[in-house]
Design a protein around this ligand. Structure first.
Ligand code: GLA
Length: 737
């Protein structure tokens, strides 16, 4: 039983392998947060709550003579603005009479088998018997506004999910100005914040700063998760490292505007509030209706970031990603984008596909430029029918020939967008977001379709479904190439315009849901100008996401490193591209590009006809190596061995089979130096008593413990950004005296 209720003490305890989460109902009905941290084996943590009279921290009316009791200092599970908790709050509500605030008191709870689902939204799922749900109901006795706090407990996987449902049991409409998924009080402790910032072509860069007495915000108002601030943060001790120390992960399963606030309050307590951004959010909730927030995936590790990442890797791989390709080996693809951009013909594509097939590639993906009048990124979006000038006879001749080469065929689409210069826009200008009587902001010269509208979604569904019905398309890259602005729906009344951003996201989910349900054999890859929508919600619909538009391997090391804190390698789209690299102009060896792309879904994004014979041999070697290491890479445990931003001249990372039987160590000299020091890394995760050989150097044998505590020394490598992979195989156990 991972959830327990102590009736006498009114204690609710959630237990996972390494953590305990506890809350308590008091005699007034307030729900106190007591503890989230290392397993305490069911101990009652109520003693942690001590309260003193604090100036300017008032007291609820019913406790008025107890000046020590204040919502402003009490650790709580969920809080509302306006009734005496002056810290950041989870909820801001305007009641029917115009007043602000809700006074939530406990009215009951349920413990249910399995993991709750969230209507119309992606959520972590239970594979059968591995999760339990706690649902705690709090109600405002006057307005009868209810909040149901839901907790999904995955005991073995060390994950707790949280979300909230607001139900209006009153007689009047209420307006929700802010509804967070979670409020997490962390009394005591001084924490560092780790977050993942960036920009287009430079996503998820790791930054770690100590919290100060302030309200710090990690957020996106771009209508998307964003390249700029991923909706994932870690709070950790100042001393926490990869292998030791307390850390907490909070990851929002949502793809629109998001906001994580972290406040260190007057008494040095930390509070985190995470959920949909309240900017341009105003939701009218009529009597009898509910509002559901997206959920947060929480994890706690007592032993550093590596364990925290492993917890996320496991839950995302097994309980977020779905469908045929969740566990199946994904095809090694070649995408024509960086090979041709918009400039291609049928013959040119076939020439590429022929050479790709010859080298061992398994799927050919035609990227942007195949539809409408799409000869540049200024026109055509919205017209999802073939550009016959480029592809006479439609998709069929291309797909048939590609299939005849033994390759699967994949296609790029960007369904959420429209160009002004398109038949779709000319027919339905009102389908694109714009503010009344104004010109909208252009982004890549395109506009965003109003996916809050059913008619728009139905139209898009039909376009894409027709393509998939009529053609043998086995992969779809679903792109999204601008931030949302001018968000205004012509189908909603003025007082409901604050709902459009969220309804847009729900619309995207509905469309993705219909297509992935109706075409279960298609492999979907998410994309938003690279990794602008890299989040667990998109991974619910597509098991992989194009990680970044930057394919330079040296930059990619940093991007994939940051991404790895929350997301498994099996989700990171990574390709070998041409050199010099198109984004940075840097020249790197093909081998190094292969080593980096192999720590992802692996594929190519270049014209293979331009490779020398020697390079073609290298590609064949890479493909053979990727196939050989596939399960070790995708299912193995991932270890970061260096911090690319400050560990000097090389980067290293490692995969270890879950049973310790083999390991792949990857090392790239990311900043070559003359007369350099030796590259020496302490390996991780090996069987300490196992005897390993380094494949290719079988005469040397190493004890697992020796490699982990003494380390492994690489030979000195010379040249521009050289790299090396070491494959260790366990050949026996050490004989002990
Ligand atoms: C985005 C994607 C790229 C490519 C282009 C096509 O930038 O991230 O991979 O598909 O669009 O326009």
């Amino acid at each position: 039983m991972s959830i327990r209720y102590d009736q006498e003490k009114k204690l609710l305890t959630l237990e996972t392998r390494s953590s305990t989460y506890q809350m308590q109902v008091d005699r007034y009905g307030f729900l106190h947060h007591l503890y989230y941290g290392r397993q305490v084996d069911g101990a009652n943590m109520a003693y942690l709550n001590s309260s003193y009279d604090r100036g300017f921290s008032g007291n609820p009316y019913d406790v008025k003579f107890d000046r020590t009791f204040s919502l402003d200092t009490l650790p709580q599970e969920y809080t509302s603005f306006g009734v005496g908790d002056f810290r950041i709050n989870g909820l801001s509500v305007v009641n029917g009479d115009g007043s602000y605030g809700a006074d939530f008191r406990y009215i009951g709870h349920k413990i249910l088998p399995g993991k709750y689902a969230i209507p119309d939204m992606p959520a972590v799922y239970d594979n059968g018997g591995e999760a339990e749900t706690l649902e705690v109901s709090l109600m405002d006795p006057v307005t009868r506004l209810m909040v149901k706090l839901r907790y999904g407990v995955f005991e073995d996987k060390d994950i707790i999910t949280r979300c909230a449902e607001i139900v209006n049991w009153g007689q009047e409409n209420v307006r929700l100005e802010k509804v967070a998924s979670l409020c997490l009080d962390m009394p005591f402790g001084k924490w560092d914040l780790v977050h993942f910032h960036g920009r287009h072509c430079m996503e998820r860069q790791v930054e770690r700063t100590p919290l100060i007495h302030s309200i710090q915000t990690i957020a996106s108002k771009r209508g998307m998760t964003s390249h700029h601030h991923n909706s994932f943060v870690i709070l950790c001790d100042h001393e926490t490292t990869e292998d030791s120390g307390d850390c907490y992960g909070l990851m929002l399963m949502y793809s629109g505007n998001h906001k994580t606030e972290i406040e260190v309050d007057q008494l040095e307590n930390t509070r985190v509030v995470m959920g949909i951004h309240d900017a341009q959010f105003l939701w009218t909730l009529p009597p009898g209706e509910s509002f559901h927030t997206p959920e947060v995936l929480l994890t706690y590790s007592p032993s550093g970031f590596t364990q925290l990442s492993h917890n996320y890797h496991t839950i995302i791989r097994h309980n977020v990603c779905r469908g045929k390709y969740k566990m199946a080996r994904r095809p090694i693809l070649l995408n024509n984008w960086e090979a041709t951009y918009f400039n291609f013909t049928l013959d040119k594509l076939l020439h590429i596909a022929e050479q790709a097939a010859e080298l061992g590639v398994e799927m050919f993906v035609m990227d942007d430029g195949w539809f409408g009048r799409r000869d540049s990124d200024n026109s055509g979006l919205g017209d999802w029918y073939v550009n016959e000038a480029k592809l006479p006879g439609g998709l069929a001749p291309l797909i048939e020939k590609v299939n005849a080469l033994g390759l699967k065929f994949g296609l790029w689409i960007e369904p959420e967008m429209v160009n002004e210069d398109s038949d779709l826009y000319r027919a339905h200008p009102d389908w694109a977001f714009s503010l009344p009587n104004r010109h909208p902001m252009m982004g890549r010269n395109q506009l965003v379709l109003d996916l809050s509208r059913q008619d728009v979604r139905d139209y898009l569904y039909e376009c894409i479904a027709r393509l998939l019905r009529e053609n043998r398309i086995e992969y779809i890259k679903w792109d999204m190439n601008r931030s949302l602005s001018d968000v205004y729906s012509r189908q909603l009344p003025r007082e409901r315009q604050g709902e459009v951003s969220h309804r847009y996201v729900l619309g995207v989910y509905e469309l993705m849901d219909r297509l992935t349900t109706d075409f279960p054999d298609v492999l979907f890859e998410g994309c938003a100008g690279g990794g602008g929508r890299f989040d667990p919600a998109i991974l619910y619909y597509s098991p992989q996401i194009w990680c970044s538009d930057d394919t330079d391997p040296i930059e990619r090391i940093k991007i994939q490193y940051g991404t790895s804190f929350g997301y498994p390698v099996s989700t990171m789209g990574a390709h070998v591209s041409a050199s010099p690299n198109h984004q940075t102009g840097r020249t790197t060896p093909l081998k190094t590009r292969g080593v980096v792309a192999m720590s992802g879904t692996f594929g190519y994004e270049l014209d293979p006809n331009k490779l020398s014979d020697e390079e073609k041999e290298e590609v064949r070697r890479q493909i053979a190596a990727f196939k050989k290491y596939y399960w070790l890479i995708q299912d193995g445990l991932y270890y970061r061995l260096t911090k690319p931003q400050d560990d000097g001249f090389y980067s290293a990372w490692q995969f270890v089979a879950q049973d310790g039987s083999e390991s792949l160590i990857n090392m790239v000299v990311s900043s070559p130096q003359p007369n350099s020091a030796l590259v020496h890394v302490r390996l991780k995760g090996l069987d300490p008593d196992g005897v390993y050989i380094d494949e290719g150097q079988e005469q040397r044998r190493y004890r697992g413990s020796a490699l982990m505590y003494g380390g492994y020394t690489f030979p000195v490598l010379h040249g521009d950004y050289p790299s090396m992979q070491i494959h260790l195989v366990r050949v026996g156990e050490a004989v002990k005296d």
